[in-house]
Design a protein around this ligand. Structure first.
Ligand SMILES: Nc1ncnc2c1ncn2[C@@H]1O[C@H](COP(=O)(O)OP(=O)(O)OP(=O)(O)O)[C@@H](O)[C@H]1O
Ligand SMILES: [Mg+2]
Length: 263
């Protein structure tokens, strides 16, 4: 696959992205949005319900095609790929984590986690070894042969994280990964995601409504009406409450008037 745009492994860039949904009236879920996610960075995407967060993630994952603009992921312009090439690209280079876990009920934890490699026709034994190591790290080795309905929400999300990482993707995208979990489990999931991505230099984008999740990121991007309203570094905030206060300021007054970072 030809790489384009001078952007390399793990780089994610959305340029002039517009996505319209037509259902009677036309909704513009993304409106000429331009956002860059640096390789190896951890970005949280926040914004009100309907601001375009999931649409942005789906565009970057190649799950939806833009009407205008480009999504360049890991050096590849997704709009140039056929549907089949897009599917292969997603399987090999992107790890996806969803709020609802999206595990296959009839498969064991191990079978779910190895699935992206198995459907890709690659070495299953190697995938099983990788999954075994990740399950150890994730504290779910003893749940390997269980089906999803026998697992807690936190365990299911750990399996989904192993599945997202099994193909060693450069980019991990998570849409409200803690939205179905209690806050303690949610924090454990954030720590795991951050560690597993940081040690391999993966780029991670997490959509979230929760300041307690965003505080794990390096950077917060705030969407409003399909555009970037503001972005700010997360590091200056001592805790989720301080980040939440700044986020509320940004949303209420816009970036220019919202004062310094760690106020
Ligand atoms: N498949 C679709 N068909 C029609 N409209 C859609 C579709 N997907 C999204 N939209 C609309 O696009 C806009 C942005 O939706 P999106 O799901 O990206 O928002 P969001 O920021 O993820 O919201 P939430 O926080 O509620 O998940 C909304 O107005 C939504 O109704
Ligand atoms: Mg959403």
């Amino acid at each position: 696959m030809a790489r384009s745009g001078g952007s390399g492994a793990g780089c994610v860039r959305v340029e002039g992205a517009t996505k319209r949904f037509r259902q009677g009236t036309t909704v513009e879920a993304l409106r000429d949005a331009t956002i860059e996610f640096a390789p190896g960075g951890f970005t949280a995407v926040m914004g009100a319900s309907g601001s375009g967060k999931s649409t942005l993630l789906h565009a970057v994952a190649g799950l939806t095609r833009l009407d205008e603009g480009k999504a360049i992921v890991d050096g590849i312009d997704l709009s140039a790929l056929s549907d089949r090439a897009l599917t292969v690209f997603r399987r090999r280079r992107i790890g996806l984590v969803f709020q609802a876990f999206n595990l296959i009920p009839s498969l064991t934890a191990e079978q779910n986690a190895t699935l992206p490699v198995v459907v890709d026709g690659r070495d299953e034994d190697e995938a099983r070894e990788r999954v075994a190591r990740m399950f150890e790290r994730l504290g779910i080795a003893h749940r390997r042969d269980h089906r999803p309905d026998a697992l807690s929400g936190g365990e299911q999300q750990r399996v989904a994280i192993a599945r997202a990482l099994v193909a060693d993707p450069a980019v991990v995208l998570a849409d409200e990964p803690t939205g179905s979990l209690d806050s303690v489990t949610g924090q454990a999931i954030c720590r795991i995601l951050k560690e597993l991505c940081a040690e391999s230099g993966r780029t991670i984008v997490v959509v979230t409504h929760e300041p307690a999740v965003a505080v794990w990121a390096d950077r917060v991007v705030v969407l409003r009406d399909g555009r970037v309203l503001a972005e700010f570094p997360a590091a200056p905030f001592a805790d989720a409450h301080a980040l939440a206060a700044h986020y509320q300021d940004v949303v209420a007054t816009g970036p220019a008037l919202a004062g310094g970072a760690a106020s």
